[in-house]
Design a protein around this ligand. Structure first.
Ligand SMILES: [Zn+2]
Length: 319
């Protein structure tokens, strides 16, 4: 269930080409064959899995082990020049939801095949520089949760039970304690932190069966709004935004994600990358160019109507 997007956000000098195969690690067609095996008994899932494996081709890496603490996926990009480095799935073996966990991670990879772009670059304002590490960690967490909105439906459509979509919920810390003892949570970065805490629990109510996520969300909102009273209205806007279904709009997905980031007082993505199939059938990463963004912006205005646009503008002004 967890995601490590950090590769997308790191400087290219930190990338090291990983060419050696470890035990239980498979690439390309070998990965495809084993994944197909792991999904036996789920024919619809197998069909989509084959399509996803073909889309990534030789860029696909698959690793499985019972020693893993969870399953995860990663799409790693090289930034200058932009290029796909690999798409990787790590599957925790010997759990009661192995096929489900594998399909969950594959569905994360399928989002790029469906045409949704990846947020690639952002800039952190000088006054938030001391919180850069915290802010950088926000993006993969938000991305993972937003992607769950896009993949829960096909997951259930394959015949899997919703209760097996996530392995577990990440629990809530003691918000009462934090609200009174951590000074930075009262500062500018604190509002973003509280918004993310609320958001991660609230959105999980849509992907999880059971009451825990509601209870955690209520607690985050109660204590967060004691520190930042404006959080109540922001929380309402976040809920309305997600429930509007705007995120499913592929053409303007990047604008919608930035709308959400703006609402949460988190710096927006300035560059976006889509992964497409080139004329020779290989997956390639392309940066969205300015022209695409302008066209999309006009369409967005037209498509989304005034309510979402005004959220976008209002939030942007406050940032
Ligand atoms: Zn996930």
């Amino acid at each position: 269930m967890s995601l490590n997007h950090k590769g997308e956000l790191k400087d290219q000098n930190l990338f090291k080409e990983n060419t050696k195969l470890q035990p239980n690690e498979y690439r390309g067609s070998a990965a495809k064959d084993l994944i197909d095996c792991r999904l036996s008994g789920w024919p619809k899932a197998q069909m989509l899995a084959a399509e996803i494996c073909d889309f990534y081709g030789d860029y696909l890496q698959y690793y499985e082990s019972s020693a893993l603490e969870s399953s995860q996926y990663q799409i790693k990009l090289q930034h200058e020049p932009i290029a796909l480095q690999y798409a990787r799935i790590e599957l925790q073996l010997d759990t009661p939801r192995m096929a489900e966990a594998l399909m969950h991670e594959l569905l994360h990879l399928s989002i790029r095949m469906r045409g949704y772009p990846i947020g690639e670059k952002f800039s952190i304002p000088y006054e938030l520089a001391e919180y850069a590490g915290t802010i950088i960690d926000f993006y993969p967490r938000i991305g993972n949760l937003l992607e769950h909105e896009l993949i829960i439906e096909p997951f259930v459509g394959f015949g899997f039970e919703k209760k097996n979509f996530l392995s577990c919920l990440s629990p809530a810390p003691d918000y009462q304690e934090l609200a009174s003892t951590v000074p930075s949570l009262k500062e500018q970065i604190g509002l973003a932190w509280w918004c993310l805490e609320y958001f991660r629990h609230w959105i999980s109510t849509r992907h999880w069966v059971g009451d825990e996520a509601y209870i955690y969300a209520d607690s985050a909102l109660f204590w967060g709004s004691k520190v930042h009273p404006e959080m109540r209205i922001i929380a309402q806007k976040i809920r309305e935004f997600i429930e509007s279904g705007a995120l499913t709009d592929i053409k303007n997905h990047h604008l919608h994600v930035n709308t959400l980031l703006t609402l949460m007082r988190i710096p927006v993505f300035t560059d976006w990358v889509s992964i497409q199939t080139s004329s020779d059938g290989k997956a390639v990463a392309n940066r969205l160019i300015e022209e695409d963004l302008v066209i999309s912006y006009n369409r967005y205005n037209h498509y989304a109507g005034n309510s979402i646009l005004s959220l976008f503008q209002a939030g942007f002004c406050h940032l």
